[in-house]
Design a binder for this molecule. Structure first.
Ligand SMILES: [Zn+2]
Ligand SMILES: [Zn+2]
Length: 440
């Protein structure tokens, strides 16, 4: 029955099914011991954003051995591996390589003990707390399978290992360095991310919006400083900034349509040096998240208006009005899945993994610079999906409540990597064959 439904779906969306689901699974299982060795090595040697030289060298080496033509140093540490295999679509498959400034607390035997210094000069522990090590390992597993199966597909594979996802810089760096001009220009782009909100081995996907647009905003609240005992001679920036923080809470709750999604979070608030000094400045750092340009504009304009309005109410002189800065370099656009591609690949996933392992998930307010590959050319059809990583026993113990489990970016995030990598590799090959597979 399922085959019938699938055949009907495939006829309507011009997407091809893999040769044999069983053969594919067996080939991946045979590769898993080697892939897990690679995974543990990558996990133990994490590298911070835009410094992924060791990881990139490893990716390049693996892709070369699988028969790809490899270029390194694209967008600083990025890797582009091309396998041209006749006429057809040009499919970009992306993995990100960077780790986070987090000191690992998982207690795993192969836990990271690495320390590093970020581009901004902050020294810390380094950990693959977002699971990009599972992404890289899956990328290698997929490259090997697609090379081995080349008689079953036609087109071009452009596999990229991207730096700097966590700071929103890597995709842009690769595009600026000629990703679409020096290499075959993709017609399709696919990626996955491990998930701390799904049990291991379960695939999640969203139709349309998948991840939010993110903005970073700095507010410098300027007052008039003085002695803590004589507040009447000052304009206290801590009191004013506190009011701004409180009023900002009404932006989403009172000004937005309740059916739209948005976040305004003040993540940092710094001011003052001593008990009895009223400082002359307070600094706020905000993250702002949205799904459409209109709502993004509404939020950013609202922040400007509220900030200025509260300063006027506090009697701050015109030349000491707060300064609101939207950090242009830190913008990540919303990630939106192409509807037709998403639906047809989701149908292939259901046929391959069964209904119970494929679930439609709501969009999330996290951000992903994978969005940039489609934004750079809206004709590109793109799709990002989730592969659950929560070990089944932990999922059961927490009753499936993600709030009781470590999230992505947590020092305790220890996915069931074997499940993530085997599932994701199988899913990536199924998706790639869906785009590139020969029609019979
Ligand atoms: Zn992350
Ligand atoms: Zn990530």
């Amino acid at each position: 029955m399922r085959t019938k439904i699938l055949a009907a779906l495939l006829a309507t969306c011009a997407i091809a099914a893999p040769a044999s689901a069983q053969d594919l699974r067996q080939a991946i299982n045979a590769d898993m011991p080697d892939l897990m060795t690679l995974y543990r090595d990558l996990h133990a040697h994490p590298e911070l954003s835009m410094q992924e030289t060791r990881s990139a060298a490893r990716m390049a080496d693996e892709a070369r051995r699988a028969g790809f033509t490899v270029t390194t140093g694209v967008g600083r540490t990025g890797v582009v591996a091309v396998l041209a295999n006749g006429p057809g679509p040009i499919l970009l498959l992306r993995a990100d390589m960077d780790a986070l400034p987090v000191e690992e607390q998982t207690g795993l035997a192969f836990a990271s003990r690495v320390r590093g210094t970020s581009l901004t000069g902050v020294e810390s522990g380094v950990m693959h707390a977002c699971g990009h090590d599972t992404h890289m390992t899956t990328w290698v597993g997929t490259a090997r399978r697609m090379a081995a199966m080349r008689s079953q597909w036609s087109g071009t594979l452009v596999m990229i290992a991207q730096p700097g996802e966590e700071i929103g810089a890597g995709a842009r760096a690769m595009l600026d360095d000629g990703l679409y001009t020096r290499f075959p220009h993709p017609t399709h782009a696919i990626a996955f991310h491990d998930s701390a909100s799904l049990p291991a081995g379960v695939i999640g996907y969203s139709v349309g919006p998948a991840l939010a647009a993110t903005d970073s905003v700095d507010i410098t609240v300027r007052g008039v400083g003085g002695h803590g005992a004589y507040p009447h001679t000052t304009r206290d920036p801590i009191v004013l900034a506190s009011r701004i923080v409180t009023t900002l809470q009404t932006l989403v709750s009172r000004e937005m349509n309740p059916l739209d999604s948005a976040v305004v979070t003040v993540g940092s608030f710094h001011s003052g040096t001593k008990h009895n000094i009223i400082s002359d400045e307070a600094r706020l750092q905000l993250t702002v998240r949205s799904f459409t340009p209109e709502i993004r504009r509404q939020l950013l304009d609202g922040i400007q208006r509220i900030t200025r309005g509260e300063a006027i109410a506090a009697g701050v002189p015109e030349d000491r009005m707060p300064v609101v800065t939207i950090r242009e370099g830190d913008i990540t656009p919303a990630t939106v899945n192409s509807e037709a591609l998403t639906q047809s690949i989701a149908a292939l996933f259901r046929a391959q993994f069964g209904e119970a392992r494929v679930t439609r998930t709501p969009p999330v307010m996290g951000g992903e610079d994978f969005s940039r590959y489609r934004l750079a050319d809206p004709r590109i059809e793109s799709f990002i999906f989730w592969v659950g990583g929560v070990p089944q026993a932990r999922w059961d113990a927490a009753n499936g409540d993600p709030a009781r489990l470590p999230s992505l970016h947590s020092a305790f995030w220890a996915p069931d990597a074997e499940k993530v990598i085997s599932t994701a590799t199988e899913a990536m090959v199924v998706a790639a064959m869906g785009v590139l597979g020969r029609r019979s």
